[in-house]
Design a protein around this ligand. Structure first.
Ligand code: FES
Length: 118
């Protein structure tokens, strides 16, 4: 699905970004890396492959600006954000959102979550 006529077709059906940004210990915002985001991302990628999910790409990202409520995952094109802090929650998002097209509402961020915009 494209937003404007003439836009190219999506290259990936679902494009998942998991923040693995790292900051120095004690930083006031913290970071996703200190909450095991690298292991979670590696697990998510391996499990997606194991499940045979087609058209799904799982990438690491830099800071997504919701550091305090991470580890953060965002899925496009729908733009749904999740906080996934363990392997079981990753499994839920893989199965319910990516495999079945549903939502894991209890893990979803809301628009008001994260830093307040000036
Ligand atoms: S460090 Fe992950 S959102 Fe900022």
């Amino acid at each position: 699905m494209s937003d404007q006529p003439g836009d190219p077709a999506l290259f990936f059906e679902k494009h998942v970004f998991m923040c693995t940004n790292s900051r120095e210990p004690g930083h006031k915002r913290g970071c996703c890396a200190e909450k095991d985001a690298e292991d979670l991302r590696n697990y998510m990628k391996a499990e997606a492959k194991q499940m045979g999910l087609e058209g799904v790409r799982i990438n690491s990202s830099g800071c997504l600006d919701r550091c305090e409520i991470g580890p953060n995952v965002v899925i496009y094109p729908e733009g749904v954000w999740y906080r996934c802090s363990n392997f079981e929650e990753i499994d839920e998002v893989l199965q319910t959102h990516l495999a079945e097209g549903g939502r894991v509402e209890r893990l979803m961020h809301q628009p008001e979550d994260g830093p307040k915009k000036a």
